[in-house]
Write a protein that binds this ligand. Structure first.
Ligand SMILES: C[S@@+](CC[C@H](N)C(=O)[O-])C[C@H]1O[C@@H](n2cnc3c(N)ncnc32)[C@H](O)[C@@H]1O
Length: 272
């Protein structure tokens, strides 16, 4: 890809999603948009750049961001977070907490919000409480995947078998020999999948939220954007609410009223 064309794509992607593509990502970008260029019958990358710029309703931008997103995820990723969360849920159950709002920001194809919902189902008495699980991402393809809830066997490597067979049903895989599993209708119904761009403020969400998971996405953003995101999380969190970032991330260098309570887990102060 021509240097100037790459710079212009970089600028659009940074402005629209906060994602910083380094110079080494030039071949990756070429690779990822090649199929889109073919499908649209366009000439080359410069032609596609023109197409993105001229697209008034922003649909092509969604396609471009879908193409460049890194969506790697799996069930029970960084599973110590789900142990911490289990303890939090048990304390809520003991304290008779009646309303629970959980948001998984940058949820990718759904493995993370399903793990959250399963942890809640195992530790809380969901029949007795008003609960909502929201899963958002910038990428529409992964959101559709999450709503369908069908996953390849390899995504389950960290999920105990008893949990897998309790919440998922074996289904046909993508090939003759492959095995896939689909989340039960009851589990799927619990989660709302919705597009939300973390780089556009304010977020169209109603708080207060009890838990926000935002893992393995802020690594792609610069400090200025991270700061804005963390302020928005502070605004939306309930007093005493929790923010989980990934083990490889932290809020060092950012201004925040959130207190660190463990590796990559933060809590908003309680009132009084
Ligand atoms: C590596 S995945 C992380 C998935 C999951 N949170 C986990 O830790 O396993 C990063 C996700 O962030 C999403 N993403 C990237 N930029 C975003 C933005 N500006 N707003 C919302 N989601 C974004 C990508 O589409 C991708 O699904």
């Amino acid at each position: 890809m021509d240097h100037k064309v790459f710079q212009e794509f970089r600028e659009i992607i940074h402005r629209e999603s906060g994602i910083n593509l380094s110079e080494e990502k030039r071949p990756l970008l070429s690779n990822r948009i090649a199929k889109r260029i073919r499908n649209l019958g366009l000439k080359d990358e410069a032609d596609y750049l023109r197409h993105v710029r001229e697209d008034k309703d922003g649909e092509e931008l969604v396609e471009l961001l879908d193409a460049i997103s890194t969506n790697v995820t799996y069930f029970y990723r960084e599973d110590e977070h789900f142990k911490i969360l289990s303890d939090i849920f048990l304390s809520w159950k003991e304290g008779n907490k009646r309303r629970v709002r959980i948001w998984c920001a940058a949820a990718s194809s759904g493995e993370e919000p399903y793990t959250l919902a399963i942890t809640a189902a195992e530790k809380l008495d969901l029949a007795k409480i008003d609960y909502r699980f929201l899963a958002t991402d910038i990428c529409t393809q992964v959101l559709n995947h999450g709503a369908n809830g069908i996953y390849d066997e390899k995504q389950f490597k960290q999920m105990p078998n008893a949990i897998k067979t309790k919440y998922f049903t074996r289904t046909k895989g993508r090939t003759e020999s492959a095995v896939s599993w689909q989340a039960s209708p009851a589990l799927r119904e619990q989660i709302t999948f919705k597009r939300l761009n973390l780089a556009q403020f304010p977020y169209p969400l109603k708080g207060p939220l009890d838990v926000i998971f935002c893992r393995n996405v802020m690594i792609y953003f610069d400090n200025q954007l991270r700061q804005k995101i963390v302020h928005e999380f502070e605004r939306l969190l309930a007093p005493g609410g929790y923010l989980f970032v990934s083990r490889s991330e932290n809020l060092l260098g950012l201004q925040t009223e959130l207190k660190s309570i463990g590796t990559s887990v933060y809590q908003k102060g309680k009132v009084g």
